[in-house]
Structures are given as structure tokens and as C-alpha cells.
Ligand binder design. Structure first.
Ligand SMILES: [Zn+2]
Length: 337
């Protein structure tokens, strides 16, 4: 994987590429951001660029990137480059001190076959405390030719001493279009399936993959009926009834996850309704398959109503994440819409 093939995160990949080109890449980096957005891919792409034997210099794009074809790129891609060391959590979701010691053993020597030794640590928050402590000296005075890249979704869990020794790059969420692109390109999903799942994924490819078991079609129907039943001048009892209908449609086993999905779908439909009301190009719709139903709702959600409703859905999602009950959240939302 080269930096130019990373989906999303354009600003960060450009920053890294420029820094490698100017030989000013900080030797200790912390990639922080939500899970499943591609931090680890960027870490691997950075290691590949650092070691590529025939780097690509694109005056109109990234000033420095891996070629993807040379011997070093091939070895990095196959995870057998001796100077690209990747530490990942074991099956107990932990990275032990012995593993870190092994990785650090050779840092006193020059890189063996590559130009830079890259030590990549995935989910660095899973490093045992002793393992973090054993890293400190290396992070403080990185051995010549060595770059450390730690990735984490929860930087606050790392020891402050580790955090403060790393330059932090903040990764944001991907757009729904970027998630869909990744699902099709990297995970073999069909275009339609990927576009349906993407708005639910909260900007995370990892979350989109976890969703693939959900029956998105029936959850989308629940979201659509909620909007239809609350779009007119429905009175409170009717609104509470529509909330009950939503809750009754959720799977008992995954009630919370399903409701979160229904809320995200509702939000993406409201965004589409805003698009329709603004007269913008319909090709940007997140839910083109149901554009007819959305158009029918557009007039009811004219003016500020779609945006107000969108805010209510957002608050409902936050409440759900903070463990509010599914029935309470659905009822509150049905009254607010
Ligand atoms: Zn190469």
C-alpha cells in the first residue's frame, strides 16, 4: 500500500509525504483517531515509502511515495521486510514486554536491508505498562535510522510519558463515500451493498464491516416509516406509537446496535432531504435507491425542519451511546422530529 492509495486522510498523507521528501519526518509518531479509519494502513504506507528503492515523485500529487513495485515494496507488502517491524495485540488484546524487547533488540544496529527501520505498534494502548516503560528510552532518543509509529483510538490510555514523546497526527472519520469506496475496493463488496452500509458506519470502515451482518434493508424501512409517521402533524400518541413500531422491529439480540443503525440511517435520509430541498445535484444523495420516498417527504421537512430533526437524531445517538434505554431514546426522538 502506497500513500497515494490510501482512501481519505489527504491532508495527513500529503504532510507525511512532504516530511519524508524533506527528510524531516519526526522519528516518533502517534496516529490517533477513531477505530477503523485506516491509521494502520497509513502507518504501513509510511514504512513502505521510507524504504522504497525507487520512490515516485509526483509534481502534481505527493512529492514522495513508494513505487509499489521494487524489491523493498514487495517485501513490505508481504510483511517480510526485516526493517519493517509490526507489533500487534495478541489474542488477549495485549502487547507484552517481551515482544517489545525483541523488536528493540536490533535498534542499536543500522537497518539491515532498508534505508530506515520502522517499528509500527498497532493499538498501542494495549501495550502493557512495563512494555510502554521499556519503550521510553527509545522514544526519547530514537536510534539513528529508526522511526516509531504508534496507532491508537484512545491516546488517553497511553502513559503520559509515552504520549508526550510522540508527535501526534489526528485522524478524522471518513466520509460515507470514502467508506463505500473502501468497501468495494478492499473488501469486495458490491457497489449497492457498500453504498447502503456506508452511511451507517459513522466514518469507520471497521464499523461498516461489523455491520455487514445487519439486515440493512429492513432497518432502512424502519427509519423511513419513522420519518413518514412523524412527518405530518402527528399527535403525541401517534408519535409514541411510531417509536414502538421502531423498537418492535429491532432484533432482540442486537437491539442497541440496530437502533443506532436506524438513527444513522434516519440522519442520512434527513441529509438527503436537505439536498433535495436545496435543489442540489441528486447524484450526491447517500440513499439514491429511495429517492422517490425521500422526495415525497421533502416538503414536510422544508425550511429548518430537516436540520432541526438532524440535530435531534444526533442527540438521540449520543444518549444511546451513554446507555440510555432504547425505548426512551426512540420515544424522545419521535416526539422531537
Ligand atoms: Zn518501491
Amino acid at each position: 500500500m502506497s500513500l497515494r492509495d490510501v482512501i481519505g486522510h489527504r491532508r495527513l498523507t500529503a504532510l507525511i509525504s512532504r516530511a519524508i521528501d524533506r527528510e524531516s519526518l519526526p522519528p516518533t509518531l502517534l496516529f490517533a483517531g477513531p477505530p477503523g479509519v485506516g491509521k494502520w494502513r497509513v502507518a504501513r504506507a509510511t514504512a513502505q515509502a521510507l524504504n522504497c528503492l525507487e520512490p515516485v515523485r509526483d509534481p502534481n500529487g505527493l512529492p514522495f511515495d513508494a513505487c509499489g513495485r521494487c524489491r523493498a515494496c514487495d517485501r513490505t507488502a508481504r510483511h517480510v521486510h526485516v526493517d519493517v517491524i509490526a507489533l500487534e495485540p495478541d489474542d488477549r488484546a495485549s502487547i507484552k514486554i517481551d515482544v517489545v524487547r525483541d523488536a528493540l533488540r536490533d535498534t542499536g544496529f543500522r537497518p539491515f536491508e532498508g534505508k530506515r527501520r520502522a517499528i509500527l505498534i498497532r493499538d498501542a494502548d494495549t501495550l502493557e505498562t512495563a512494555a510502554q516503560n521499556s519503550l521510553l528510552k527509545n522514544l526519547e532518543e530514537p536510534p539513528p535510522g529508526t522511526v516509531f509509529i504508534l496507532t491508537t483510538a484512545v491516546p488517553g490510555v497511553l502513559l503520559p510519558t509515552v504520549r508526550s514523546r510522540c508527535m501526534r497526527l489526528r485522524f478524522g472519520r471518513l466520509t460515507a463515500a470514502e467508506v463505500a469506496e473502501a468497501l468495494v475496493r478492499d473488501h469486495g463488496q458490491a457497489e449497492g451493498e457498500a453504498r447502503a452500509a456506508a452511511p451507517l458506519a459513522d466514518g469507520s470502515i471497521g464499523q461498516a464491516l461489523a455491520l455487514s451482518d445487519l439486515d440493512i434493508g429492513s432497518l432502512r424501512d424502519l427509519a423511513m416509516r419513522l420519518l413518514q409517521q412523524t412527518s405530518g402533524r402527528a399527535d403525541i400518541p401517534a408519535r409514541l406509537q411510531s417509536a414502538s413500531n421502531v423498537v418492535a422491529g429491532l432484533s432482540k439480540k442486537e437491539e442497541r446496535a440496530d437502533l443506532a443503525a436506524v438513527l444513522r440511517l434516519t440522519a442520512s435520509m434527513l441529509r438527503d432531504i436537505e439536498v433535495l430541498n436545496s435543489g442540489a445535484d441528486q447524484r450526491v444523495l447517500a440513499n439514491p435507491a429511495i429517492s422517490g420516498d425521500l422526495s415525497a417527504l421533502a416538503r414536510s421537512f422544508a425550511g429548518d425542519r430537516a436540520r432541526t430533526a438532524f440535530g435531534a437524531v444526533d442527540r438521540a445517538l449520543t444518549a444511546l451511546e451513554r446507555n440510555a434505554g432504547t425505548k426512551v431514546v426512540a420515544e424522545w426522538l419521535a416526539v422531537q422530529l
